[in-house]
Every structure is written in C-alpha cells, then in structure tokens.
Design a protein around this ligand. Sequence first.
Ligand code: GDP
Ligand code: ZN
Length: 449
Amino acid sequence: PPVGAGAETIAAIATPAGRGGIGVVRIAGPHAQAIAKAVLGTVPEARHATLGGFLAADGAVIDRGLALFFPAPHSYTGDDVLELQGHGGPVVMQMLLRRCVDLGARIAHPGEFTQRAFLNERIDLAQAESVADLIDASSAEAARSAARSLDGEFSRRVNALVGAVVDLRMHVEACIDFPEEEIDPEDIEAQRRKLAAARAQWKALLAEARQGAVLREGLTVVLIGRPNVGKSSLLNRLAGEDLAIVTPIAGTTRDHVRATISLEGVPIHLIDTAGLREGGDEVERIGIARTWSAVEKAGAAIFITDASDAPHSDEDAIVARLPADMPLVRARNKIDLAGGVSGSAPIGRGIGLSLSAKTGAGVDLLRDWLLQTAGWQPHGEGLFMARERHLVELEAAGRYLAEAGNESQVFELFAENLRLAQQALGRITGEVTADDLLGEIFSRFCIGK
Ligand code: GDP
Ligand code: ZN
C-alpha cells in the first residue's frame, strides 16, 4: 500500500508518565511536516538532531529541546515521523501533545505506531509482537531473545519453513492433473523426502519456540500435599523471603500465596495451596477445592511429604488425581528431622527428591528440576522470543504436515494439507491475518509504541 496515504496523523507521549530528564512526543503521519513547521518554525533536516524552541500558538516557548524528523518511508512506522524531545515533566509533555492535537494530530491508541509499522510492511507481525515483549521483558535473557525476534530471527525461521512447504506444494499440485500411471515414481520419492525434511525443520522450530515461550510466559507450579508437610516453608525457601505464613498449626494456608521467582531469567510462578486432607471445617474444604482448581491451571506440581512422619494412606490418592501428563516431583521434606541425606531418585510417577525447607539441603536439586521442566537449556544462545499464539499456530502446522503425510496417496488432499500448514505459519508472521487478531495484539501495547 502507498505509505501513509490517507492515514491520519497520530501523536503520543512515548516516554513513561511522570517526571524524567527527557520526555518524547512522537508524531507520525501526513501532518508531521506541517506540525514541525508550526512548532519549530521549520522542518528539521532529515535524521539530524536539531536544537530549538517548541512554540505555542501564540509564539511563547513551551520548552526547548531536540527535534528529529524521519521522512517516509524510512521511519519506524513508514510514514513521516517527527520526534520532539523535551524535558520530561508531565505538564510540559501534555502541553506539547495538546499543541500537536490542535495542529491536526489525533492521540494514538496503544501500540498504534507499531501497528502502522506492520501495516506499512516495515516489520512483520512476529517482529511487532517482539517490540512489546522487549519492553515487557522480565529478565535479561527474555530481553535478549525478544531482541533476536525483533531482528527477524524467528520470522526467518518461520519463512524458511514456509518456503519448504510452498516448494513441496508446487510439486504435489503439478501432479494433480496427471493420470497416475504417468507420474514418475522418482517424483513421489522426492516428495516424500521433501515432506520428511519439512517435518524435521518444523520439529526443531517448535522445540525452540517452546523454549522461547517459557522465557516470556514462565512456568506455573503448584505446591501440594497434606497439611503441615512444609509447603509454605518450601515456597518461602525458594522465594527467599517470608511470603507465606508458616505455622505449626495444620491447615493455615487457606488461600493461595503466589510468588514469582526468576531462575536463570525464567519466571517460575509458585502457588502455595491449602493442605489436602479429608475432613476439616467448611473453610478448609473450600481451600481444598481451590487447590484442585489451581492444579488444573498449573504446568507442573511439587508434591510434598513429611519424611519425619509415617506415610499416609491418602498420599497415593492425591498423586493419582493429578493430570496424567503433568510433570511431577515428589519432595520428601524435613530430612533434617528424619536423619536422611539430600538426593534424587526416580519413584513411580515423577522423580523423588529428599530435601529440607528448613536447612535448604537439596533445594538446589528442586531448582534444577524446575528449570529442566521449564524446558530451559544452558547456553540457550540461539533463543528467540515466541508467544503462546505462535505455539498454537506451529502446532496446527505440524498437524497439517502429519496429515499431508497420511494423505500422500491422494494429491488433492496432500496439497490441501500443505496449503493449510502454510496458512497456519503465515498467521505467525501476519502474512494471513484477521483484523480482530491485530486489534487484540496491538491493544496490549503501551501508549506511544
Ligand atoms: P504447610 O502446612 O505444608 O504449608 O507447612 P508449613 O510450611 O506451614 O510447615 C509446618 C511446620 O513444619 C512448621 O512448623 C515448619 O517450621 C515445619 N517445617 C517445614 N519444613 C521443615 C523442614 O524441612 N524441617 C523441619 N525441621 N521443619 C520444617
Ligand atoms: Zn502452608
């Protein structure tokens, strides 16, 4: 589309609300030049920092600062962009923004600058999403991987797979109109090889995207077990502070206490729960019901038992009630009382760890398990940021590629599944998008980005 054509001019304060050394008002669209002329007296030289006064309608100076002008199409959004860098006070920034609005700009919606960059094809959708991920990054590792996605690393990988699928699709579609006996068996063999290669490529991409997604979304882990086994103590030990109330009276944790810890930059959301046991009063029963609903939403569980206590008959029933595919660690706590040593061993479902929340012995083994369960790999240099949305589309593409293999005898179905796989991948980069999806993605941005 012609860059900026017919578009409105948008403006926003791009720096955080409040006071700061510098505040930036950003303007994008066809009125940017006219606004520059009115506010600065002249349109600044392209891409040069120009110092000057920012003028009100009556000629009074609102502020003095730097102006930067980026003519279309070589700007962030692809339209004419003007940045006014003034002093970061809320009143002066508001006055400057107000002046731009009086000159024909409209206040930008959250994410609208980046949305324009996408619509003007400056960046693709996965890159646009990584802008928000970079801003929201909760760790250095997450920031690095978001920067790699912004740079286009993830999109290049997705596009390479799309290329492989399109190439195969052309081969298969070329066969559709031929009678079977005229098709060279070597052609069929080549198609099989290409499909296998595309599926291998897909598998590697999904694995890496999952790792990237964990950096962004984190892993939610519930701590469950009978009352008094040390759930809250273990949460506190992991979190390194007294977040949950620890008492020797059974049934104290009646509501969820949450703590997000960062292991190697991976957010781990820990949820303490009410002790699971039969009986108890009404409040306790409500707590137990909540525990099970917390379990359903979690990605992994730590089941805690008291090593200094005899095994309880209901423990196996608790484990049996956990979702079958949920990663599980069985932590034997209080080994300082039981006189055992810390260590790990596989037991039945999941892995068994012996530890002490009180002394901290064996807690490192639990941290290692959490990282491993989160899909973390040391030296994950090649990571790129991925979102849940990307995983959903990648998984869909994988199903279509598998189906393509099942249907490879019938060229029409083979080709159709390849087309669907291509489409799912296209939704990641925004090659194929629905408007409501765009609205959903960009509305979560901050203003001015
Ligand atoms: P919860 O009901 O499962 O959350 O258990 P709490 O964390 O409230 O702990 C119950 C009691 O066990 C408290 O008195 C804790 O101090 C004690 N406790 C927890 N973990 C340990 C441990 O590893 N060793 C010892 N000796 N006591 C512990
Ligand atoms: Zn507790």
